[in-house]
Design a protein around this ligand. Structure first.
Ligand SMILES: Cc1ncc(COP(=O)(O)O)c(C=O)c1O
Length: 389
């Protein structure tokens, strides 16, 4: 072991390489790969948002920004939160502009978790495990089932809660399953939270990408939840802005104050130009978002029909996001084995479901953030790979 490795603090070992990264490293070794693994819109950031950033450079936004974000951006976010999510916030004290939703999640874990604190997470669900464990937390997975369209049964959350529970993470619309939790379930979850003053981290990156007239509901807007909810948002997915790294958190003032204080010591704020681009995005008429969602809706049909036409695969229709989560148990292979086989032998990259928790075994995550040509090509490769088994 090298001196630097010997010097590592023990918490360093709690962080694991993201499974998605491991999969992409495999894909990188292979030429002409169709990538249906990545959770990133293939669209360019809309032109008017890029123009706002160019203008911002000429207007002098080249200096340190305020640690919790520009005041006019926080004001625009507060208006959006009121209109779209039904959440009332004070822009001066209850909003923090973050580096994507990711920093909101990371900082929440950092500020709230002590060793042994439990965090309830959904399984299969987005991989929050490293962030939780880094700060001594213990993830407590709550299973969701395909037979229930991967929607959580609040009763299962109730069972998972213990005196050690510090917070629960609710991610609706859900990555990787595309499930949308309805208002009634969220109300029941809110009641569980209120009973024992358990906090809720509501991670909502896909709030706009919802199909068939389904409604996205924010738990933070529900009665009695304001003091208990940390809501994390991002511009990454809705506006095709993954590389700009802007998101925001709405939370009670004491937590926002801590985030601001730490931000000064950490990175001194989100890149000024990115914040100005975010302001243009949030203030626009949202037509660009609607156009992209319409394109995802069409792609969803292609993927859903294409996957279900493959012998050995079945896939429920995702209600949201740009992910399908097909069941591959009939192939007899584990999700990692099938994903590796598909990338090596058929040049198509997908994500093994087990990356999203134990309950994700037996599934793949197939992203339809790629264009239609790539989707047709990728599905055909998956078909060939599965038929060859
Ligand atoms: C559920 C979920 N939360 C958080 C993130 C992080 O997004 P951001 O780019 O805003 O950091 C992602 C990105 O894929 C996600 O799917």
């Amino acid at each position: 072991m090298s001196p630097i490795e010997k010097a590592f603090a023990s918490r360093t070992h709690e962080v694991e390489w993201s499974g998605i990264r491991i999969m992409f490293a495999l894909a990188d070794e292979i030429s002409d790969v169709v990538n249906l693994g990545i959770g990133q819109p293939d669209f360019d950031t809309p032109g008017f948002i890029r123009d706002a950033a160019k203008q911002a450079l000429d207007d002098g936004y080249t200096r340190y920004p305020p640690a919790k974000g520009f005041a006019d951006l926080r004001q625009a976010i507060a208006e959006k939160l009121k209109k779209k999510n039904g959440i009332d916030t004070d822009p001066d004290s209850e909003i923090f502009v973050s580096v994507g939703a990711m920093q909101g999640i990371f900082n929440t874990c950092l500020h709230l978790l002590d060793t042994g604190d439990e965090v309830v997470v959904i399984d299969p669900g987005y991989d929050y495990y490293s962030q939780i464990k880094l700060f001594g937390g213990v993830p407590v997975p709550v299973p969701v089932y395909e037979t229930n369209q991967f929607k959580v049964d609040p009763e299962d959350i109730r069972k998972a809660v213990s005196p050690k529970t510090k917070f629960m993470i609710i991610n609706t619309p859900s990555n990787p399953t595309g499930a949308v939790f309805d208002a009634d379930s969220l109300r029941e979850i809110a009641a569980i939270a209120q009973k024992d003053n358990i906090l809720v981290l509501s991670d909502e990156p896909y709030e706009h990408i919802v199909f068939d007239g389904k409604e996205h509901v924010s738990i933070g807007a529900m009665e009695g939840m304001k003091d208990l909810t940390i809501s994390a948002y991002t511009l990454s997915k809705s506006y095709a802005m993954t590389g700009w790294r802007v998101g925001y958190v709405a939370a009670p003032k004491p937590l926002i104050d801590e985030m601001e204080k730490l931000m000064e010591h950490m990175v001194s704020g989100v890149t000024a130009v990115s914040q100005r681009a975010a302001l243009a995005a949030i203030r626009c008429d949202q037509q660009c978002v609607k156009d992209m969602v319409q394109a995802y809706e069409k792609r969803r049909r292609i993927v859903h029909e294409g996957l279900n036409a493959i012998e050995g695969i079945s896939c429920i229709l995702p209600e949201s996001t740009f992910y399908a989560f097909p069941n591959i148990t009939k192939t007899g292979l584990s999700s990692w084995d099938l994903a590796k086989k598909l990338v090596r032998e058929q040049q198509v990259a997908v994500v093994p479901g087990s990356i999203f928790g134990k309950m994700g075994e037996g599934y793949l995550r197939v992203s339809f953030a790629a264009d239609e040509t790539q989707l047709h090509k990728g599905i055909e490769r998956i078909r060939k790979g599965v038929e060859a088994l």
